[in-house]
Design a protein around this ligand. Structure first.
Ligand code: PBG
Length: 335
């Protein structure tokens, strides 16, 4: 809950000198109100088996797509660094993309193979998935499209099939990022029925239609495909009350954790979600945020310190954790 300012009048200067507690690192540490650690991070990773695609993403300097063995090595690195979870995003062979998105629930698709490989090699690292159709969709949308319209209920049916196969493959956390109505309830019910009672759902509850996702779409190979925009399902950046309604709805349908996305331009929403619901709350520091910070760092325009500062801001805004491409770099910097 929001903490009220002390009810008594602040002592006047010089009785109060707020700089006293900023004088040394020890004193500053002692009174730090927020802590940041590797345990707060979920590390998003891009997986591919397309020959030649396991390279750095031009719009995300320092981030590359990995083959499945590279994902396993990254998961081992996460374990060594104390990062509790990774999140998998597939760069699918363009030949496997269809309008029906059938590859999304193929037990042998990239994501499902990667989940099994990671869980076999590094079972202690939690594996999160993305539940959305865009990596498999010929038109780059997160749902099924008919006559230019994104179909809600048909998409929920497809997404539920996809989620079940991911759970079957060993995913610890499902991350529905599609923004269809009713998907959390449908997935939760299907998981219960199939005996996957303990698979967690981290709902992308307040996900805005944002231009900050651009580099991600390059990373998963959806950039050139997208027809139109995602504004009929992702949120209007102008809205705040709607974000709270979405979070309330997803928690009531069985989400265990909720997310606000993008991160830094939406810190007000993070704070309000945490204060109102007190549920495990995450922010996604998305690809465009990473690209802006990394681009400026590489140019020498800002110091690398912006990384930890930006991550601390999420903790200060009430987030329990952050999905961030900086996870390994930040974990190392935090020692
Ligand atoms: C797609 C999805 C997106 C991201 C995560 N899942 C992009 C989109 O909605 O177009 C964005 C992540 C990022 O930008 O880092 N379902």
């Amino acid at each position: 809950m929001t903490h009220p300012v002390a009810p008594f009048p602040a002592p006047p200067f010089p009785a109060q000198r707020l700089r006293r507690l900023r004088r040394t690192p020890a004193l500053r540490d002692l009174v730090a109100e927020t802590r940041l650690s590797a345990a707060d991070f979920i590390w998003p990773l891009f997986v591919t088996d397309v020959p030649g695609a396991d390279v750095e993403i031009a719009s995300m300097p320092g981030v590359k797509r990995h083959r499945i063995d590279g994902i396993v090595r990254a998961a081992e690195e996460a374990a060594t660094l104390g990062i509790p979870a990774i999140c998998l995003f597939p760069y699918t062979d363009p030949k496997l993309k269809t309008l029906g998105c059938e590859e999304a629930w193929n037990p042998e698709n990239l994501t499902n193979r990667a989940i099994r490989a990671v869980k076999a090699a590094v079972p202690e690292v939690a594996v999160m998935t993305d539940v959305a159709l865009d990596p498999y969709n010929l038109n780059g949308h997160d749902g099924l499209v008919k006559d230019g319209v994104i179909l809600n209920d048909e998409s929920v049916h497809a997404l539920t099939r996809m989620a079940l196969v991911q759970a079957e493959s060993g995913a610890d956390i499902l991350g529905p990022s599609d923004m269809m109505d009713g998907r959390i309830g449908a997935m939760r019910q299907a998981l219960e029925r199939a005996g996957h009672k303990d698979v967690a759902i981290l709902s992308y509850a307040a996900k805005y239609a944002s231009a900050f996702y651009g580099p991600f779409r390059d990373a998963v190979g959806a950039s050139g495909l997208l027809t139109g925009d995602k504004k009929t399902y992702q949120m209007n950046p102008a809205n705040r009350a709607e974000a709270l309604r979405l979070v309330a709805r997803d928690l009531s349908e069985g989400a265990d954790m909720v997310m606000v996305k993008p991160g830094m331009p939406y810190l007000d929403i993070c704070r309000e979600v945490k204060d109102r619901f007190d549920a495990p709350t995450f922010a996604y520091q998305v690809s465009g945020e990473y690209a802006m910070l990394m681009g400026a760092i590489r140019q020498g325009w800002v110091k690398e310190d912006v990384i930890l500062e930006s991550l601390m801001a999420f903790r200060r805004a009430g987030c329990d954790g952050i999905l961030t491409y900086f996870a390994p770099v930040a974990a190392r910097a935090l020692g």
